[in-house]
Design a protein around this ligand. Structure first.
Ligand SMILES: C[S@@+](CC[C@H](N)C(=O)[O-])C[C@H]1O[C@@H](n2cnc3c(N)ncnc32)[C@H](O)[C@@H]1O
Length: 285
């Protein structure tokens, strides 16, 4: 695939129950190229900033790694992955989604519960991700008013599809591990392991524009430390960032390779993001 190719996201199977701000569905075919060309399926794949985890889940479903570790620091997002991957409540969550009657009153009632169990928090998160504008879960995010075709909060609610995605993940959870914690710490924990491939999609807050600032409650990380850890890691990595000069300079200062690739087309411009790795020759072919 040439670096110029714009991927049609409709061609990528949607494995995640989230619609995630900054989600990487458009990158999935390139991840397949990276793994099939550079790595054995025995690799341990780690996604330290998992969010909706579309990449890690796709890798697990395609069996391009022996197992996949997802890491996330956001409590609401973590509740979903903990429920689906670590507990036996994944099917409960799928059933709740199918049975919920999506009305503004029911949404208000659901969100007003003060004390909730882990699985109830997971359910709240799934609903919030569907009714908030842009799927944004960060504090202060607004709710959809009109949505698509005036369907309001129903416009992104596909209960059967979401329930099925969750049941499918439950079926492969033996290959998945979830860590509720700091992605940088997990990278450090695996720093000497050559049989690891990291896919790194951090909040985009390294450049002065900081496009990721309002998208997540946890949007600030130590970007310099992240680059420095990756420079020391024995395993391979692939990282994405906003295509900004400051990020390019940071990558160059660690001797990393960079490549701007299109993420989508608007009417006026081809929007690009930056791929960063040790050697991106495989992505240039
Ligand atoms: C760009 S998003 C990842 C999107 C994901 N690749 C997808 O396709 O859905 C970055 C994520 O990193 C999480 N995050 C921020 N700081 C973190 C940290 N120190 N450790 C783990 N996750 C963190 C944010 O909550 C957010 O979900």
């Amino acid at each position: 695939m040439s670096p110029e190719t714009i991927i049609n996201v409709a061609s990528v199977k949607h494995r995640s129950p989230f619609r995630y701000p900054g989600g990487k569905t458009w990158l999935v075919p390139r991840i397949y190229t990276w793994l099939t060309e550079k790595h054995q399926p025995s690799i341990h794949f780690i996604e330290p900033f998992a969010g909706g985890a579309i990449v890690g889940l796709s890798v697990a479903f395609e069996e391009l790694a022996r197992y996949v570790t997802l890491v996330e620091l956001d409590e609401q997002v973590a509740a979903v992955w903990q429920t689906v991957i670590e507990t036996d409540d994944g099917l409960w969550l799928a059933d709740q989604i199918r049975e919920f009657e999506m009305t503004p009153e029911n949404v208000d009632e659901l969100f007003s519960k003060p004390e909730v169990s882990l699985r109830e928090r997971a359910f709240q998160t799934i609903v919030k991700n569907r009714v908030n504008r842009g799927g944004i879960l960060a504090s202060g995010a607004g709710r959809l008013k009109h949505g698509e075709n005036g369907r309001g909060i129903l416009s992104r609610w596909y209960p059967d599809t979401l329930a099925k995605r969750i049941r499918d993940i439950v079926n492969i959870k033996a290959r998945l591990t979830f860590v509720y914690g700091d992605g940088l710490q997990v990278i450090e924990d695996h720093i000497d392991n050559p049989d690891v491939a990291f896919f790194i999609d951090p909040p985009y807050t390294a450049s002065s524009k900081k496009p990721g600032r309002r998208l997540y409650d946890h949007s600030e990380i130590d970007h310099h430390r992240l680059f420095s850890l990756l420079a020391q890691a024995s395993g391979d990595f692939l990282m994405t960032y906003d295509n900004a000069e400051e990020v390019d300079e940071l990558a160059a200062s660690f001797g990393f390779d960079t490549l701007a690739i299109p993420m989508k087309n608007t009417h006026h411009a081809k929007l690009t993001e930056l791929l960063i790795g040790r050697d991106l020759e495989w992505a240039r072919e």
